[in-house]
Design a protein around this ligand. Sequence first.
Ligand code: ADP
Ligand code: NI
Length: 208
Amino acid sequence: MDYVKKRMSGEATGHDWWHVYRVWQLAKYIASQEKGANQTLVEIAALLHDIADWKFNDGDLEAGPRAAREWLEAQNQAEKFILAVEDIARHVSYKGAGTSSEMSSLEGEIVQDADRLDALGAIGIARAFAYGGAAGRPLYDPTQQPQLHADFEAYKKNQSTTINHFYEKILLLKDRLHTDTAKRLAAHRHDFVEAYLQEFYDEWDGKK
Ligand code: ADP
Ligand code: NI
């Protein structure tokens, strides 16, 4: 935990240690509600899931799994456990509306659900604008339509506004969750985001 904390504090794009902390807490809670999950694997994978993100490593999708492996090897973890964590780190990230979200283990599904819940609700909204600011994107431009990216390449190149990101990712998340526990938590967070957008448009057009 200290390793992850040191490596990730001070990140300005919503990928900081506190994101990892929240995902860890959510993943722990979901695992406690879902039968049959390996709690240790869930917790370690949650802590390592964003250790090196492709967005900040020249699009290198293996940077995260590699960093997770290096750390686990240094801790003398069993190869089987390392492979399981690597697999989760490799598949956890959202890669566009038209791409699938397959996870090969229940533990992976739980970590992915937890990661996605942190992109929803009040925190999800805050993270989106933090990311948009760090990337120099406008808040909103009514002349630009959201795009549902058919594949990961298109999603990576995307340069749209932060409000468009709500339609390109955030509002799609509730239907891409695996566990019943996460779906229950997501319903409320999703409704909150919808209500937020309504307020935003009303204020934009000077109606409120
Ligand atoms: P993941 O943890 O699945 O890898 P991302 O790295 O895609 O998630 O996103 C991290 C946070 O930044 C999320 O809250 C996400 O909604 C937000 N984000 C990602 N891309 C954008 C974007 N183009 N505009 C605004 N927010 C974004
Ligand atoms: Ni994450």
